[in-house]
Design a protein around this ligand. Structure first.
Ligand code: FES
Length: 156
């Protein structure tokens, strides 16, 4: 006799009664309601509030800065704009426009040394190049200069 297979929606509805999403995740199942371009759950970048003065963002890099260690990264919010900044090797920093080239969301996640867009999951290297789409264009990058514990990012 033919046995009915529950649809994905029915499965999700039923699963919600019996399992939490955490238990589903622990079984390696994709969360219900997701899709191949589902929003990311990557950890959020720490944020730094700054401002643009004469076309430059100046950040003090001290022990309290999330950018103090190699591999550190932050979302810098300056004068209403958002930038992705990372220390990629000792004393060398990259600074990128944080606006995703796919549909314009602010890229705010960071996982495995990659920036992650929360909207459809595009990932970018700290150089700005696309690692995974749907985005196809790199993030715009800016010149950086580091001296005397101050990182200067030229944005205009
Ligand atoms: S806006 Fe779609 S992946 Fe970023």
């Amino acid at each position: 006799m033919f046995k009915d297979t529950p649809s994905r929606r029915e499965f999700c509805a039923n699963a919600g009664q019996a399992f939490t999403l955490v238990s589903l995740a622990s079984l390696g199942l994709q969360g219900c309601g997701g899709s191949s371009t589902s929003p990311s759950d990557a950890p959020q970048l720490p944020t730094i509030a700054s401002s643009i003065v004469s076309g430059t963002i100046s950040l003090t890099i001290d022990a309290s800065s999330p950018l103090n260690a190699v591999g550190g990264a932050a979302l810098v919010q300056a004068s209403g704009q958002s930038f992705l900044v990372s220390q990629t090797s000792a004393g060398a920093f990259t600074a990128l426009m944080a606006i995703c080239t796919h549909e314009g969301c602010v890229v705010s996640g960071f996982q495995s040394s990659q920036y992650v867009c929360p909207c459809h999951g595009s990932t970018y290297a700290t150089s700005g190049s696309v690692i995974h789409g749907p985005a196809v264009q790199s993030l715009k990058s800016f010149t950086t200069k580091f001296a005397n514990n101050v990182l200067a990012i030229t944005v205009a």
